[in-house]
Design a protein around this ligand. Structure first.
Ligand code: APR
Length: 266
């Protein structure tokens, strides 16, 4: 375990990464690392998804992703699905930065709140990632849980139409395997959460830290372990500890600056 360094800077952390003093980095990401891929985040004023839902007449913005609302009104979800479906999207520089950490064997584990599966497309090993809120990779009938063919799902999403279950007598709406509010998280979350206690450094990228349980992860990091926030704005309690480092700005640029300090000679 490397010795704590009071008031670390991104340069001092990068040196500790470069010299092998930090080898176990736990990462938490959110929608902010995929905005430059073309997927708006949720809560940024004017550009975030939740600021653009007025035409759908929802009781409140998050109802769009609440299982109780979806169960009687799946139409609004499919009205926005096409713009959020990762079918033709490419990973961002932030995803590439995380893939580099994995390649250098210092990505201890990545908890992502994103459902776009861009981590896999960026080449981050599946065993190093947990999509805590599920993903678009597969879909099932929300009523009888029968699986549903990818090609029919893609067709429905592109048409903005609700796909319905093919099982005789069911007729339930099909839902991507994204975790909606009111649904349980993947059991793997409980299996992986212990990895937080093994972190020698925590990186938090592109999240407002507004949704539990992911929002509680940075607080679980042991005292003395540096926590770095790379985000347009402050989030959670990052910045409240002596060992915190805030890189306020774009995730892509923040990732580049860490790489520049750690691995670019000169
Ligand atoms: N660079 C840096 N930060 C960015 C960028 C960017 N390019 N784009 C957006 N951000 C920041 C925003 O300022 C905001 O603080 O990323 C954060 C995104 O916050 P949210 O929109 O709340 O997204 P997220 O934190 O991932 O939401 C968590 O809420 O609705 C649920 O299930 C949904 O997984 C989602 C969860």
């Amino acid at each position: 375990m490397s010795s704590p360094q009071p008031n670390p800077t991104i340069q001092s952390l990068a040196t500790r990464i470069k010299t092998g003093q930090i080898t176990r980095i736990v990462v938490l990401t959110g929608a902010g690392i995929s905005t430059s891929a073309g997927i708006p985040d949720f809560r940024s004023p004017t550009t975030g998804l939740y600021d653009k839902l007025a035409p759908l007449n929802l009781p409140y913005p998050e109802a769009l992703f609440h299982i109780s609302y979806f169960s009687h009104s799946p139409e609004p979800f499919y009205a926005i699905a096409r713009a959020r479906h990762p079918a033709n999207l490419k990973p961002t520089l932030s995803h590439a930065f995380l893939a580099l950490l994995a390649k250098k064997n210092i990505l201890h584990f990545l908890f992502t709140q994103n459902v776009d599966n861009l981590e896999e497309k960026a080449g981050i090993p599946a065993e190093k990632v947990l999509a805590v809120h599920g993903s678009w990779k597969s879909q099932h009938c929300w009523t009888c849980k029968a699986s549903y063919p990818d090609e029919l799902m893609e067709k429905a999403i592109n048409a903005g139409e609700v796909p319905y279950c093919l099982e005789a007598g069911c007729g339930g709406a099909i839902k991507p395997d994204v975790v909606f509010f009111g649904e349980n998280l993947p059991s793997a979350f409980d299996e992986k959460i212990h990895l937080i206690s093994e972190a020698e450094c925590m990186l938090v990228l592109g999240t407002s830290l507004r949704v539990a349980p992911c929002s509680t992860i940075p607080r679980q990091i042991a005292a003395g372990v540096p926590r770095v926030l790379i985000n347009m704005e402050k989030a959670g309690d990052l910045g409240s500890r002596e060992d915190d480092v805030l890189l306020l700005g774009s995730c892509d640029e923040g990732g580049l600056s860490v790489c520049g300090c750690a691995w670019v000679e000169g």
